[in-house]
Design a protein around this ligand. Structure first.
Ligand code: HXC
Length: 513
């Protein structure tokens, strides 16, 4: 007769996954098991497993006898820092974590529950992709995941963790989610693997070069954060979750306010060089602004001319963006535009205020950019900022010229408050270019054109390239002493806390993709 002892025995068998030898193999390759990963994510003892008893019902290709505990995926919910989060973790020790009909059904179920309950979902991917023996049923399963990812987008935060292979169909769910985290040397994502590539194009590439964490963090931009170990990855994942609200109607979680780093105000007075051609690190400004100097940079290794990330001011999460004068002088290019636009849209979906630091000489010139579609990609920036209805605060640190001034959340794109450092230069174009055009005749007639040029550039700079013309026209609301940055930003965010801005009802807009 069936009793609690039988239940206990069944549970033990099923939670052992693919068994000791496969678990051993998993550990030998530096990987954790699905259950170890979920333990690392959730508060101790809080994980509730669903569908432990689900298994496949496939009969072809020897599957009749194939044992597949949980059908190769562990699903459920639990608490992360006390907040409800749903998760699924593919179990590579069971049929290589491959996705069959029932495996997919388990994932669909937690996706549906997360969406209905307004809770974030974390997908932990370690899988050989579609389960080949189950054919079209596996493909159908993936389709269902993609559909749910899309319907949940902008309603609940969705995060993917890549800690093993993610091949073929397995890559598109992560790409549809908000953040992709990868473990170095462990996670690999690609549509077609090295063997297929070699047979089709003759190109030789290793798994790691093709789809490892470094590749996706630096080259493709598919990974938002990478970590040397799984332990660091799960700690980083929890830090990321600490900035995110549970859903699009919830407030971003508030923490105890913390002061900025010691000496921040004084350092801020000196961080932006007077010389407009001298680089500096915009992250020094950001860290000295945030509570406890804590700034979680997102995509730190991709399009480094644009910095994006989360910080807190007076305990409340803020999405921070800034041109990075240290890289390409802070120019906007295709990759920086994509990075910026996607980050703005995430923050706007989840009511996280946008704080933008401006110091850019403009769009990066060149045929590579023009042929690559900088017009279309640059337009994403305009679209994303214009569409965002969350609180938008901009701080002009130094250069804000021309189209790039407009793009970086200018007043005309709907910035609610625009602050400027005294070093700000808000103008239609840089003084050098402007002098060449408006003083062309004087320069041609000059006895010493170089000296005359220098004088005219300076006169243009003094006349127009300061914050005071823009402030006189009301495009800049406040010119601030850099030492007042934190107070000024905190006041602006406080004043905008209840901001409501309605848009015309529509099915959806048509962002230039
Ligand atoms: C069924 C699979 C599988 C799969 C792995 N396994 N992938 N079973 N379907 N897709 C099984 C293996 O047969 C093996 O079982 C066990 O999992 C462990 O796999 P190994 O190959 O021993 O592990 P490893 O050497 O670490 O290599 C991992 C791997 C490799 C790189 C992922 O298994 C691999 O290349 N798999 C196929 C990947 C792939 O082509 N996927 C695309 C599927 S088509 P045993 O019993 O022998 O231990 C697809 C299209 C969907 O996804 C499109 C939707 C849009």
């Amino acid at each position: 007769m069936s009793d609690w002892r039988e239940l206990e025995q069944r549970r033990q068998e099923l939670t052992a996954g693919g068994g000791p030898s496969r678990i051993d193999r998993q550990h030998k390759t530096g990987k954790w098991t699905a259950r170890e990963r979920l333990n690392a994510l959730f508060d101790p003892g809080s994980f509730v497993e669903l569908d432990l008893f689900v298994t496949h019902r496939s009969t072809l290709f020897g599957m009749v006898d194939a044992k597949a505990p949980g059908d190769g995926v562990v699903t459920g919910y639990g608490a992360v820092a006390g907040r409800l989060v749903y998760a699924f973790a593919q179990d590579f020790t069971v049929l290589g974590g491959s996705l069959g009909e029932m495996h997919a059904g388990k994932i669909h179920k937690v996706q549906d529950l997360a969406l209905k309950s307004g809770a974030p979902i974390v997908g932990i991917i370690d899988s050989g992709g579609a389960r080949i023996q189950e054919g079209i049923d596996s493909l159908n399963g993936y389709g269902g995941i993609f559909l749910r990812n899309t319907l949940a987008s902008g309603v609940i935060p969705q995060i993917s963790v890549i800690v093993g292979p993610a091949a073929g169909g397995a890559v598109y769910s992560p790409a549809l989610t908000d953040f992709v985290l990868m473990a170095e040397g462990i996670g690999q994502m690609y549509i077609t693997g090295p063997q297929v590539i070699e047979s089709v194009t003759g190109e030789k590439v290793t798994h790691e070069e093709l789809g490892g964490a470094r590749t996706h963090a630096r080259k493709s931009g598919n990974a938002h954060l990478t970590f040397p170990t799984e332990a660091e990855l799960f700690a980083g994942l929890k830090r990321l979750l600490s900035f995110l609200p549970s859903n699009n109607t919830a407030e971003p979680p508030r923490q105890e306010p913390a002061p900025p780093p010691e000496g921040a105000a004084e350092r801020l007075r000196n961080v932006v060089p007077q010389d407009p051609n001298k680089p500096y690190d915009v992250r020094d400004v950001i860290r000295d602004l945030c509570d406890g100097g804590d700034f979680l940079e997102i995509m730190p290794d991709y399009a480094k001319n644009m910095v994006t990330g989360f910080g807190r001011i007076e305990g409340r999460p803020v999405a921070i963006l800034g041109n990075q004068p240290r890289v390409l002088a802070g120019c906007l290019d295709i990759d920086a535009s994509d990075k910026l636009a996607r980050f703005v849209r995430f923050a706007d979906s989840f009511s996280i205020p946008l704080l933008t630091f401006v110091d850019t000489p403009g769009y990066l010139p060149g045929t590579k950019q023009e042929y690559g579609g900088i017009i279309r990609h640059g337009a994403k920036v305009l679209y994303a900022y214009s569409e965002a209805s969350v609180a938008k605060v901009s701080v002009v640190l130094r250069k804000a010229y021309g189209g790039a001034y407009l793009a970086m959340c200018s007043r005309s794109l709907g910035a609610d408050m625009v602050l400027a450092f005294p070093t700000a230069e808000v103008a239609v174009m840089g003084p050098d270019g402007a002098a060449n055009i408006i003083f062309r005749r004087e320069l041609e007639a000059a006895e010493d054109p170089a000296e005359e040029r220098k004088r005219l550039v300076e006169s243009y700079r003094a006349e127009f390239a300061s914050p005071y013309v823009a402030a006189a026209h009301g495009y800049v609301d406040q010119v601030i002493d850099p030492a007042e940055l934190r107070t000024s930003v905190a006041h602006a965010l406080w004043a905008l806390k209840e901001k409501r801005e309605d848009r015309h009802a529509k099915k959806h807009g048509n962002i230039p993709l």
